[in-house]
Design a protein around this ligand. Structure first.
Ligand code: TYD
Length: 213
């Protein structure tokens, strides 16, 4: 059984995830918790190589099925090599994106349907987040925030694609209301930080029975 706690962050491109992830990590560390921060796709040597293939704008001809399985392959490696051992050691693991990204981007964005959940369940072998923070941002706003910086292969997808990803996250939040906490990314950085902190701390206390600070 895992002694640690697993938090994932999700949201469309430009939702402000990185800022909030770092704020939560700092806070948990100040509380004396052992925290490991990782990201997807990536987080291991093999998974970072797969990330390079996935995000390279030159790989425009990639088949949706190839994309789905590469994300899942990167995830399988990260779970086995990093996440599962850390959780077993009692660490709080924060992951920037996890399997819900595949459900939103590949199942909804690419219209790959049910296969996405099956492939990903196989990849993660039961290692599911204790809580998922979904930072909700309208696709138009997210794209404005990304601005004119160079875009990777997924970011440079069409408006319709990003709209489907958004609808996908909204659907996931309805399907998994116990696990996924929706936080409106329209608030101030401090407001969002406080909401996330309260949600995460409540759940950590609930699973640890108050053993943790
Ligand atoms: P990244 O630069 O990490 O994005 P962000 O800073 O927005 O988190 O790039 C990851 C991209 O890959 C992002 O556009 C979302 C996409 N993605 C998928 O399509 N499926 C997945 O399973 C994951 C993990 C990410």
């Amino acid at each position: 059984m895992n002694k640690g706690f697993f938090v994932t962050f999700e949201g469309g491109d430009g939702a402000g995830k990185s800022t909030q992830i770092h704020l939560l990590k700092e806070y948990l560390q100040e509380q004396g918790c052992d925290v490991l921060l990782t990201r997807e796709p990536g987080g291991t040597q093999i998974s970072e190589k797969i990330r390079g293939i996935l995000l390279d704008p030159q790989n425009g001809e990639m088949e949706p099925q190839t994309e789905l399985m590469l994300y899942a392959a990167a995830r399988a490696q990260l779970v086995a090599e990093v996440i599962q051992p850390a959780l077993q050691a009692g660490t709080i693991v924060i992951c920037d994106r996890f399997l819900d990204s595949s459900l939103a981007y590949q199942a909804y964005g690419r219209n790959l349907g049910e296969a996405v959940l099956q492939v990903n369940q196989y990849a993660v072998r039961g290692c599911m987040p204790d809580v998922t923070i979904y930072l909700r941002v309208a696709p138009e706003t997210g794209r404005q925030r990304i601005g004119t910086r160079e875009q990777d292969r997924i970011e440079s997808e069409s408006e319709q694609f990003h709209r489907r990803v958004y609808e996908g996250y909204e659907a996931l939040a309805r399907i998994y209301p116990e696990r996924i906490v929706t936080v409106d990314a329209a608030g101030t950085i401090e407001e969002i930080e406080q909401t996330i902190r309260a949600e995460v701390m409540n759940r950590i206390h609930a699973v640890s029975g108050g053993n943790r600070k």
